[in-house]
Write a protein that binds this ligand. Sequence first.
Ligand SMILES: Nc1ncnc2c1ncn2[C@@H]1O[C@H](COP(=O)(O)OP(=O)(O)O)[C@@H](O)[C@H]1O
Ligand SMILES: [Mg+2]
Length: 230
Amino acid sequence: MPIELVKTGIKGLDSMLDGGIPRGQSVLLVGGPGTGKTSFAMNFLYNGALNGERGIFISLEEKPDRIIENCMSAFPDWKEFRGFVKKGKINILKIDKWSYEGFIETINTNVSQYKATRCVIDSLSIMELYFERPYEFRKKLFDMMNFLSTTGCTTLLTSETPGSDSMRAAHPLAQYVADGVIALYKLEKKEKRVRALEILKMRGVGHSTDLVPIAFAATGMKVFEGEKIY
Ligand SMILES: Nc1ncnc2c1ncn2[C@@H]1O[C@H](COP(=O)(O)OP(=O)(O)O)[C@@H](O)[C@H]1O
Ligand SMILES: [Mg+2]
Protein backbone atom coordinates (compact mmCIF):
# COMPACT_ATOMS: atom_id res chain seq x y z
CA MET A 1 0.00 0.00 0.00
CA PRO A 2 1.44 3.43 -0.86
CA ILE A 3 2.06 5.63 2.16
CA GLU A 4 -0.30 8.54 2.66
CA LEU A 5 1.52 11.85 2.91
CA VAL A 6 0.31 14.60 5.23
CA LYS A 7 0.86 18.07 3.80
CA THR A 8 2.37 20.56 6.19
CA GLY A 9 0.77 23.27 4.05
CA ILE A 10 3.87 25.41 4.66
CA LYS A 11 4.65 27.05 1.33
CA GLY A 12 7.68 25.42 -0.32
CA LEU A 13 8.13 22.69 2.28
CA ASP A 14 5.90 19.91 0.99
CA SER A 15 7.73 19.65 -2.30
CA MET A 16 11.03 19.51 -0.38
CA LEU A 17 9.49 16.61 1.53
CA ASP A 18 8.50 14.97 -1.76
CA GLY A 19 4.83 15.43 -0.88
CA GLY A 20 4.62 15.65 2.89
CA ILE A 21 5.13 13.74 6.13
CA PRO A 22 4.06 10.08 6.04
CA ARG A 23 0.84 9.87 8.08
CA GLY A 24 1.30 8.82 11.69
CA GLN A 25 4.99 9.65 11.88
CA SER A 26 6.65 11.69 14.64
CA VAL A 27 8.88 14.56 13.63
CA LEU A 28 11.29 16.45 15.86
CA LEU A 29 11.62 20.20 15.29
CA VAL A 30 14.99 21.30 16.63
CA GLY A 31 16.25 24.85 16.93
CA GLY A 32 17.49 27.57 19.22
CA PRO A 33 15.34 30.13 21.01
CA GLY A 34 13.28 32.26 18.62
CA THR A 35 14.01 30.16 15.55
CA GLY A 36 10.25 29.64 15.01
CA LYS A 37 9.55 26.17 16.40
CA THR A 38 6.25 27.07 18.09
CA SER A 39 5.14 29.10 15.07
CA PHE A 40 6.06 26.33 12.64
CA ALA A 41 4.14 23.78 14.71
CA MET A 42 1.03 25.99 14.75
CA ASN A 43 1.29 26.46 10.96
CA PHE A 44 1.09 22.68 10.70
CA LEU A 45 -2.11 22.58 12.78
CA TYR A 46 -3.70 25.63 11.12
CA ASN A 47 -3.12 24.25 7.62
CA GLY A 48 -4.48 20.89 8.75
CA ALA A 49 -7.62 22.52 10.17
CA LEU A 50 -8.16 24.37 6.87
CA ASN A 51 -8.36 20.88 5.33
CA GLY A 52 -10.69 19.51 7.98
CA GLU A 53 -8.05 17.80 10.13
CA ARG A 54 -8.36 18.31 13.86
CA GLY A 55 -5.27 19.19 15.81
CA ILE A 56 -4.11 19.18 19.40
CA PHE A 57 -1.39 21.50 20.70
CA ILE A 58 0.06 20.40 24.01
CA SER A 59 1.98 23.30 25.49
CA LEU A 60 4.32 22.87 28.40
CA GLU A 61 5.63 26.41 28.03
CA GLU A 62 3.31 29.23 26.99
CA LYS A 63 -0.33 29.76 27.94
CA PRO A 64 -2.92 29.28 25.18
CA ASP A 65 -3.81 33.02 25.14
CA ARG A 66 -0.19 33.97 24.58
CA ILE A 67 0.22 31.40 21.82
CA ILE A 68 -2.91 32.72 20.09
CA GLU A 69 -1.77 36.37 20.42
CA ASN A 70 1.70 35.58 19.09
CA CYS A 71 0.29 33.69 16.11
CA MET A 72 -2.21 36.43 15.28
CA SER A 73 0.52 39.07 15.37
CA ALA A 74 2.91 36.97 13.26
CA PHE A 75 0.21 35.71 10.86
CA PRO A 76 -2.49 38.43 10.63
CA ASP A 77 -4.07 36.76 7.58
CA TRP A 78 -5.14 33.72 9.62
CA LYS A 79 -8.83 34.67 9.53
CA GLU A 80 -10.05 31.26 10.64
CA PHE A 81 -7.59 30.76 13.47
CA ARG A 82 -9.64 32.03 16.43
CA GLY A 83 -12.70 30.17 15.10
CA PHE A 84 -10.75 26.91 14.89
CA VAL A 85 -9.59 27.33 18.48
CA LYS A 86 -13.10 28.23 19.68
CA LYS A 87 -14.65 25.21 17.96
CA GLY A 88 -11.91 22.90 19.26
CA LYS A 89 -10.64 22.15 15.76
CA ILE A 90 -7.33 23.29 17.17
CA ASN A 91 -7.32 22.28 20.81
CA ILE A 92 -4.61 24.18 22.71
CA LEU A 93 -3.90 22.65 26.09
CA LYS A 94 -1.52 23.99 28.71
CA ILE A 95 0.00 21.34 30.93
CA ASP A 96 1.09 22.80 34.26
CA LYS A 97 2.07 19.63 36.01
CA TRP A 98 3.30 17.03 33.61
CA SER A 99 2.89 13.34 34.29
CA TYR A 100 3.42 10.56 31.79
CA GLU A 101 0.06 8.94 32.56
CA GLY A 102 -1.83 12.24 32.30
CA PHE A 103 -0.14 12.96 29.03
CA ILE A 104 -1.05 9.58 27.50
CA GLU A 105 -4.65 10.02 28.66
CA THR A 106 -4.85 13.51 27.12
CA ILE A 107 -3.66 12.23 23.77
CA ASN A 108 -5.92 9.16 23.87
CA THR A 109 -9.00 11.27 24.68
CA ASN A 110 -8.28 13.76 21.90
CA VAL A 111 -7.66 11.03 19.37
CA SER A 112 -10.68 8.86 20.25
CA GLN A 113 -13.28 11.52 21.15
CA TYR A 114 -12.29 14.45 18.96
CA LYS A 115 -10.66 12.47 16.17
CA ALA A 116 -7.49 14.54 16.26
CA THR A 117 -5.07 13.51 13.52
CA ARG A 118 -2.36 16.15 14.04
CA CYS A 119 -0.55 16.67 17.30
CA VAL A 120 2.10 19.06 18.63
CA ILE A 121 4.13 18.69 21.82
CA ASP A 122 5.90 21.94 22.77
CA SER A 123 8.50 21.23 24.14
CA LEU A 124 10.61 18.20 25.06
CA SER A 125 13.03 20.61 26.74
CA ILE A 126 10.42 21.56 29.35
CA MET A 127 9.19 17.98 29.67
CA GLU A 128 12.74 17.01 30.57
CA LEU A 129 12.59 19.25 33.66
CA TYR A 130 10.04 16.90 35.22
CA PHE A 131 12.65 14.16 35.49
CA GLU A 132 15.34 13.96 38.12
CA ARG A 133 17.65 11.68 36.21
CA PRO A 134 18.58 11.91 32.53
CA TYR A 135 18.11 8.16 32.24
CA GLU A 136 14.46 8.37 33.41
CA PHE A 137 13.71 11.05 30.85
CA ARG A 138 15.30 9.09 28.03
CA LYS A 139 13.37 5.96 28.98
CA LYS A 140 10.02 7.80 29.07
CA LEU A 141 10.86 9.60 25.86
CA PHE A 142 11.40 6.26 24.19
CA ASP A 143 8.08 4.96 25.60
CA MET A 144 6.31 8.12 24.47
CA MET A 145 7.65 7.92 20.92
CA ASN A 146 6.53 4.28 20.76
CA PHE A 147 3.10 5.23 22.09
CA LEU A 148 2.77 8.09 19.57
CA SER A 149 3.44 5.69 16.71
CA THR A 150 0.34 3.71 17.73
CA THR A 151 -2.07 6.69 17.79
CA GLY A 152 -2.24 7.37 14.04
CA CYS A 153 -1.57 11.07 14.77
CA THR A 154 1.09 12.85 12.78
CA THR A 155 3.08 14.54 15.53
CA LEU A 156 5.57 17.39 15.82
CA LEU A 157 7.73 17.57 18.95
CA THR A 158 9.85 20.65 19.59
CA SER A 159 13.34 20.53 21.06
CA GLU A 160 15.33 23.58 22.10
CA THR A 161 19.04 23.88 21.38
CA PRO A 162 21.32 26.26 23.31
CA GLY A 163 22.33 28.37 20.30
CA SER A 164 20.23 29.57 17.38
CA ASP A 165 22.77 28.54 14.75
CA SER A 166 23.45 24.98 15.84
CA MET A 167 21.62 21.83 16.80
CA ARG A 168 24.15 20.61 19.31
CA ALA A 169 22.83 18.64 22.30
CA ALA A 170 19.26 18.63 21.02
CA HIS A 171 17.94 15.33 22.39
CA PRO A 172 20.10 12.90 20.39
CA LEU A 173 17.97 9.92 21.44
CA ALA A 174 14.79 11.63 20.24
CA GLN A 175 16.49 12.49 16.94
CA TYR A 176 17.42 8.86 16.55
CA VAL A 177 14.01 7.44 17.50
CA ALA A 178 11.89 10.05 15.65
CA ASP A 179 10.80 9.29 12.10
CA GLY A 180 11.86 12.75 11.02
CA VAL A 181 13.99 15.68 12.12
CA ILE A 182 13.66 19.24 10.82
CA ALA A 183 16.16 21.84 12.03
CA LEU A 184 15.40 25.58 12.23
CA TYR A 185 18.22 28.13 12.39
CA LYS A 186 19.02 31.79 12.68
CA LEU A 187 22.32 32.13 10.87
CA GLU A 188 24.75 35.00 10.97
CA LYS A 189 25.10 36.78 7.66
CA LYS A 190 27.25 39.89 7.80
CA GLU A 191 25.45 42.29 10.13
CA LYS A 192 22.12 40.46 10.23
CA ARG A 193 20.75 37.00 10.86
CA VAL A 194 18.80 34.94 8.38
CA ARG A 195 16.24 32.28 9.18
CA ALA A 196 16.86 28.89 7.62
CA LEU A 197 15.63 25.32 7.66
CA GLU A 198 16.88 21.89 6.67
CA ILE A 199 15.30 18.45 6.67
CA LEU A 200 17.80 16.19 8.44
CA LYS A 201 15.72 13.06 8.29
CA MET A 202 12.30 11.86 7.11
CA ARG A 203 11.62 8.17 6.89
CA GLY A 204 9.74 6.99 3.83
CA VAL A 205 10.28 10.00 1.57
CA GLY A 206 13.14 11.11 -0.66
CA HIS A 207 13.46 14.56 0.85
CA SER A 208 15.66 17.49 -0.08
CA THR A 209 18.87 17.92 1.92
CA ASP A 210 19.26 21.62 1.10
CA LEU A 211 19.67 24.29 3.75
CA VAL A 212 17.16 26.92 2.62
CA PRO A 213 16.00 30.35 3.80
CA ILE A 214 12.61 30.68 5.53
CA ALA A 215 10.49 33.68 6.45
CA PHE A 216 7.44 34.73 8.42
CA ALA A 217 4.71 36.03 6.06
CA ALA A 218 1.25 37.34 6.96
CA THR A 219 -0.29 34.16 5.51
CA GLY A 220 2.09 31.82 7.33
CA MET A 221 5.65 30.59 7.30
CA LYS A 222 7.35 30.28 3.93
CA VAL A 223 10.23 28.09 2.81
CA PHE A 224 12.28 29.30 -0.15
CA GLU A 225 12.94 26.02 -1.89
CA GLY A 226 16.00 26.02 -4.10
CA GLU A 227 17.32 29.35 -2.79
CA LYS A 228 20.73 29.83 -1.23
CA ILE A 229 21.50 31.31 2.18
CA TYR A 230 24.86 32.84 1.28
N1 LIG B 1 5.48 39.17 12.55
C1 LIG B 1 6.67 38.59 12.68
N2 LIG B 1 7.58 38.74 11.70
C2 LIG B 1 8.78 38.21 11.80
N3 LIG B 1 9.17 37.48 12.83
C3 LIG B 1 8.31 37.30 13.81
C4 LIG B 1 7.03 37.84 13.81
N4 LIG B 1 6.40 37.47 14.93
C5 LIG B 1 7.28 36.73 15.60
N5 LIG B 1 8.42 36.64 14.94
C6 LIG B 1 9.63 35.94 15.33
O1 LIG B 1 9.30 34.71 15.84
C7 LIG B 1 10.11 34.44 16.96
C8 LIG B 1 9.38 33.55 17.94
O2 LIG B 1 8.99 32.41 17.26
P1 LIG B 1 8.65 31.10 18.07
O3 LIG B 1 7.88 30.26 17.13
O4 LIG B 1 8.03 31.44 19.37
O5 LIG B 1 10.11 30.53 18.27
P2 LIG B 1 10.58 29.33 19.20
O6 LIG B 1 9.39 28.53 19.55
O7 LIG B 1 11.58 28.59 18.34
O8 LIG B 1 11.27 29.97 20.36
C9 LIG B 1 10.39 35.77 17.56
O9 LIG B 1 11.64 35.78 18.16
C10 LIG B 1 10.37 36.70 16.38
O10 LIG B 1 11.69 36.87 15.90
MG1 LIG C 1 8.56 28.02 21.37
